[in-house]
Design a protein around this ligand. Sequence first.
Ligand SMILES: Nc1ncnc2c1ncn2[C@@H]1O[C@H](COP(=O)(O)OP(=O)(O)OP(=O)(O)O)[C@@H](O)[C@H]1O
Ligand SMILES: Cc1ncsc1CCO
Ligand SMILES: [Mg+2]
Length: 266
Amino acid sequence: MIDEVVKVLNDVKRKMPLIHVITNYVVMNDNANALLSFGASPAMVMSPEEAYDFTAISNALYVNIGSINNEIKQAIINSVSSASVHKIPVILDPVGCAAIKSRIDFVKMLLKLGSISIIKGNGGEIKALSGENANVKGVDSLDDNGVMEACIKLAQKTNTVVVSTGKEDYISDGKKVVIVKNGTPLFTKITGAGCTLGAIMSATSAVSEDKIIAALTALLAVNIAGELAEKESKLPGTFRAKFINNLYIINPDIIKKHAKFEVLKV
Ligand SMILES: Nc1ncnc2c1ncn2[C@@H]1O[C@H](COP(=O)(O)OP(=O)(O)OP(=O)(O)O)[C@@H](O)[C@H]1O
Ligand SMILES: Cc1ncsc1CCO
Ligand SMILES: [Mg+2]
């Protein structure tokens, strides 16, 4: 598996995929800088009039519902429709859906509208989408219990690769689950670590048909860059800058040296 991860990492640098990003106002700049550091080419195109055509010329679409309003919702609908027609991978980040119930209905509508390659959320969001009660505070998850089971259940229900983040991360297609143990708690002290992960996962999905490998590559790159950043700074402001630097310098040798994951059959 690690050899496939290395190939995806190298392919992102080589192909510099164009990523259509529809994300929240909080993390817009962080998402763009992270994608540039990782070797991809981000473009934040958020108007309903432009969304359909821009998705059509992109290599992947990242949809994050963190600060949606009616206009952004329409842009998302247009882009997801375009992605289905033009066979563009879509990474869906259901930010806040455990706290704001109407977002669950919006996500369910998107799942019906087009083909979604990966649903990526924190533990609380994945539990809420799978129909469980989740303990959350706004966009933050306070819940580790039963997250792996919820991730598997949602993957089976939606026939999609599902990624759930937290202290441990889970990737499932409903048949197996990959558990990733890299990362640092400092990620919970900067805003948008999960959103940045989603943006990076869109870049890996642009160059990999295998969405489990795409998800694993993004999780390892982000979490290991975070571990290396933590060694350089334990304060949030500088950690954030060091994290971007380490996303830039991450390479196959660093990934192979630090990766901690296991695969279980369901
Ligand atoms: N306690 C922890 N220990 C190690 N890594 C963590 C921890 N908490 C989160 N992470 C890592 O931080 C990243 C973001 O995960 P998290 O679950 O915090 O996302 P999120 O809540 O969606 O973030 P945001 O809403 O701020 O974008 C993931 O790569 C995850 O592995
Ligand atoms: C803080 C915040 N509020 C809406 S989206 C977002 C970014 C982290 O999810
Ligand atoms: Mg999130």
